[in-house]
Design a protein around this ligand. Structure first.
Ligand SMILES: CC(=O)N[C@H]1[C@@H](OP(=O)(O)OP(=O)(O)OC[C@H]2O[C@@H](n3ccc(=O)[nH]c3=O)[C@H](O)[C@@H]2O)O[C@H](CO)[C@@H](O)[C@@H]1O
Ligand SMILES: C=C(OP(=O)(O)O)C(=O)O
Length: 432
């Protein structure tokens, strides 16, 4: 328990006995951040949709709860998800659901397209710095919607199909997805400075399956011509590059070996290049990666940027890995310059980290186990990686965040030889 605790409660923690190199094979799950916008896009059609494999994550459950509130009927068949939205029953996405994760905000564009109006609470999600939604508003306004905000809820209404040219001030994944959903049903748009992330491309492919014409996916200029009525269909979501990257970094931090299957190596170029330069052995096929760690890796510099640059979602996890690599590394995040909630917690494990002017300097060394707390999904991933590599035992609080992003984390790590399990532990509820 932490010093200065006033109240003590019981919470689930991830108990990690560190020091065992990860070894084995893993089939990567489908991408959470592709699944969520595709789920939101299912609102656009009354026809049945089947998503062949969907990650069973907390965020997906929340999105399904939101969709059900808006009018979607759904049923799981193993890992396959069947969805249908015969009609929109509700155009209001409430705070209780939108407040839990950022991706739910993009139902706004889908509601506006399908029902002519949408009312969505300000989004929540991982709190690692300021995350404005001005580009979402700019996009919907540029497409001809009337947009206003009242008491923490964003409202939008249209009197005709949305169409126009959206020039984003910066590439935004959610903003691009929002605009794509807003026009896919009967609208038309050219998106300039669109995000090029694989998850945006995947959404575009899904919309094309439903009948929209989509051009320029993966480039900064995307053109979409919506269809007056969209079809249903069956779709397979891309593999999760962030999950894959997390396990690779865990294998690197524990100096282990790992074969990933069902992965898209081309989505991980920036990370694979760093790991290779760090001295690790990598073999790459069309949909697999074989990794074998070097016992004495070299440090490197991370600069998180838009795709195909180093992903910000892997920045905290790469930081945890670098904290185990002797020598000096530096980490900068150009997407979320303050995404450093993991730093204080890694320091509890003996990591030598210095944060000045948004530049993190990492002096790598052997870490030791400690009681730590995940404050967002990928900070959680970072703490797991650090704890796996550390000498001794760690307890990671904030299992809720891990469950938002990593399906079957405990079982998957156990299968790779890690000594981890979930257990109940007394935790501090308030501190001085
Ligand atoms: C559910 C999902 O897919 N989440 C991902 C998505 O988040 P999300 O879609 O929220 O991230 P964005 O791509 O929109 O954010 C990129 C940058 O644009 C800024 N911005 C964004 C919107 C806006 O209206 N105004 C604005 O200034 C943000 O503050 C940030 O600096 O992409 C991020 C960047 O790859 C990832 O870290 C998140 O995991
Ligand atoms: C930051 C993430 O999610 P969100 O954008 O929903 O907060 C994430 O998946 O790492």
């Amino acid at each position: 328990m932490r010093e200065g605790a006033k109240n003590v409660g019981v919470s689930r923690v991830l108990y990690v006995e560190g020091g065992t190199p990860l070894k084995g094979e893993l089939r990567v799950y489908p991408a959470k951040n592709a699944a969520l916008p595709i789920l939101a896009a299912s609102l656009l059609t009354p026809e049945p949709i089947t998503l062949v494999e969907v990650p069973k994550l907390r965020d997906v459950e929340v999105m399904l709860e939101l969709l059900a509130h808006l009018g979607t009927q759904y049923a799981w068949e193993g890992r396959t998800l069947h969805l249908q939205t015969p009609e929109i029953k509700n155009t209001h996405a409430p705070y209780e659901l939108v407040g839990q994760m950022r991706a739910s905000f993009i139902v706004w564009g889908a509601l506006l397209a399908r029902a002519g109006e949408g009312h969505v609470s300000m989004p929540g999600g991982c709190a690692f710095g300021f995350r404005p939604v001005d580009q979402h508003i700019k996009a919907l306004e540029a497409l001809g919607a009337e947009v206003w905000e009242e008491d923490g809820t964003f409202h939008a209404r249209r009197t005709r199909p949305l169409s126009g040219r959206v020039v984003f001030d910066l590439p935004t994944v959610g903003g691009t997805e929002q605009a794509m959903l807003a026009v896919a049903l009967g609208g038309e748009a050219t998106l300039v400075q669109a995000a090029v992330e694989p998850e945006v491309v995947d959404l575009g492919h899904f919309l094309a399956l439903l009948g929209a014409e989509v051009e320029g996916l993966g480039s900064p200029i995307v053109r979409i011509k919506g269809a007056p009525r969209l079809k249903g269909g069956t779709y397979r979501i891309i593999p999760d590059r962030i999950e894959a990257g997390t396990y690779l970094l865990a294998a690197a931090a524990t100096r282990g070996s790992l074969t990933l299957e069902g992965v898209r190596p081309d989505h991980l170029d920036a990370l694979l290049d760093k790991l290779w330069r760090s001295g690790h052995r990598l073999e790459v096929g069309e949909d697999w990666i074989r990794f074998r760690a070097t016992p004495d890796p070299a440090p490197f510099h991370v600069e998180a940027r838009e795709y195909p640059g180093f992903p910000t979602d892997l920045q905290p996890i790469a930081t945890a890995y670098l904290a185990t690599v002797p020598g000096q590394s530096t980490v900068v995040d150009r997407i979320y310059p303050d995404r450093f909630t993991h730093v204080g917690e890694l320091a509890r494990m003996g990591a030598e980290l210095y944060l000045r002017d948004r530049i993190l300097t990492v002096q790598g060394r052997r870490l030791h186990g400690a009681q730590v707390k995940a404050l967002d999904i990928r900070a959680g991933g970072a703490l797991v990686v650090a704890a796996l590599s550390a000498e001794g035992a760690s307890e990671i609080e904030g299992v809720y965040f891990l469950e938002r992003g990593y399906e079957h984390l405990t079982e998957r790590l156990q299968a790779l030889g890690a000594r981890v399990h979930l257990r109940e532990s007394p935790v501090a509820l308030a501190a001085d």
